[in-house]
Ligand binder design. Structure first.
Ligand code: ADP
Length: 342
């Protein structure tokens, strides 16, 4: 067996005559958890649907493990998909929901029941087997959907925003459980989300999508430290990375002369507020526990966000000074691509 879990080569897809996925190349290593991250409408669900076989590829090939599945129907691809809505059958018990796919595939009933019980135990819903979906909380339904996906022992898990129906606390908890589950099962997984924190926490690698194309594929560290484009730089991070014209008022000490049209980017935590540097006006300060987010207006009119300890925050309306280290500065060319200098 090869080390490839999933491979897309030149895959395009269309929705009502409009191309919404443009010749995507992507390789997921066997056992890897890849998170597809992007704003709504970027084509994330379409990508999953093409992999699952629910929507045709109009160009390119899809391979799962050693098999070219491009023309196989969904049932023959051995993938399990968990949707945002979970899509549980309300009139069936949890046990029957979990075994449903197996029985369709002629697994003997006793074997199906054993496998359902085992899968339910792994995701912590063994005590719910006799209930119906209507008697479960959102988090419990999510677990049942995962158990149903697991019980089929797929070559590939496809998870489409599986945490988005959960409230904040449960989301964080379930995110941790998903990660632990992935480590335990080791099944190649493609997880779609628009939530950058979820991507950073969960992923072995992140594929950032925009308008039907991949902007960058890399480890969470690479995406964070060396964003390939302005889009990635600003999509990942909250508040987003500050971006200014390189010839503007805030000039990192030691910055070389940059090409015309270049822009510089630096994260809110990279800005030092104190006695030195460029004069800025404090427009707004939000305190979030130990941190404060200050929004500062530069002489030219640009605004930047700064993160600093709440105890050391400046007062709204005052003028303070700030600096940014060159080492913390990202450079992008006119087209928004990362520029590596020297
Ligand atoms: P994402 O999952 O990133 O939000 P989608 O893959 O759902 O993006 O959509 C990609 C593009 O295709 C969007 O422009 C969307 O409007 C269009 N599209 C795809 N499927 C549908 C659908 N079933 N109904 C409406 N629009 C769709």
């Amino acid at each position: 067996m090869s080390g490839i879990g999933l491979e897309l080569a030149g895959v395009s897809a269309a929705y009502r005559g409009t191309t919404v996925l443009h010749e995507v190349d992507l390789t997921v290593t066997r056992g890897e958890l890849l998170v597809v991250l992007g704003p709504s409408g970027a084509g994330k669900s379409t990508l999953l649907r093409v992999v699952a076989g629910l929507q045709p590829a109009i160009t390119g090939r899809v391979r799962i493990g050693d098999r070219d599945v491009t023309t196989l129907r969904p049932g023959r691809r051995n993938v399990s998909m968990v949707f945002q809505s979970y899509a549980l059958f309300p009139h069936l018990t949890v046990r029957d929901n979990i075994t449903f796919g197996l029985e369709v595939r002629d697994t003997p009933r006793a074997v199906a029941r054993d496998r359902a019980a085992a899968a339910a135990a792994v995701v912590g819903c063994a005590h719910l087997l006799d209930r119906r979906p209507g008697q479960l909380s959102g988090g419990e339904r999510q677990r049942v959907a995962l158990a149903r996906a697991m019980v089929r022992e797929p070559d590939l898990f496809l998870l489409d925003e599986p945490l988005s129906n959960l409230d904040q606390e449960l989301r964080t908890e379930t995110r941790g459980e998903l990660k632990a589950l992935h480590l335990r099962l080791g099944v190649t997984t493609v997880h779609v989300t628009h939530d950058q924190t979820e991507a950073l926490v969960l992923a072995d690698r992140i594929a950032v999508m925009r308008a039907g194309r991949l902007e960058q594929v890399g480890t969470p560290d690479q995406i964070w430290r060396t964003p390939a484009t302005l889009f990635v730089a600003r999509f990942v991070g909250s508040p987003p990375m500050n971006v200014l014209p390189a010839d503007g008022p805030l000039r990192p000490a030691g910055m070389p002369v940059l090409p015309a049209g270049a822009r510089i980017g630096f994260r809110p935590e990279a800005v030092r507020v104190g006695q030195d540097g460029t004069d800025v006006t404090v427009e707004r300060v939000d305190v979030v526990g130990e941190d404060a987010y200050a929004y500062l207006r530069l002489a030219g009119g640009d605004r930047i966000a700064v993160r600093l300890p709440a105890a050391g925050r400046p007062a709204v309306g005052t003028t303070v000074r700030c600096t940014v280290a060159w080492a913390d500065t990202h450079v992008f060319d006119e087209a928004g691509h990362r520029t590596v200098l020297g």
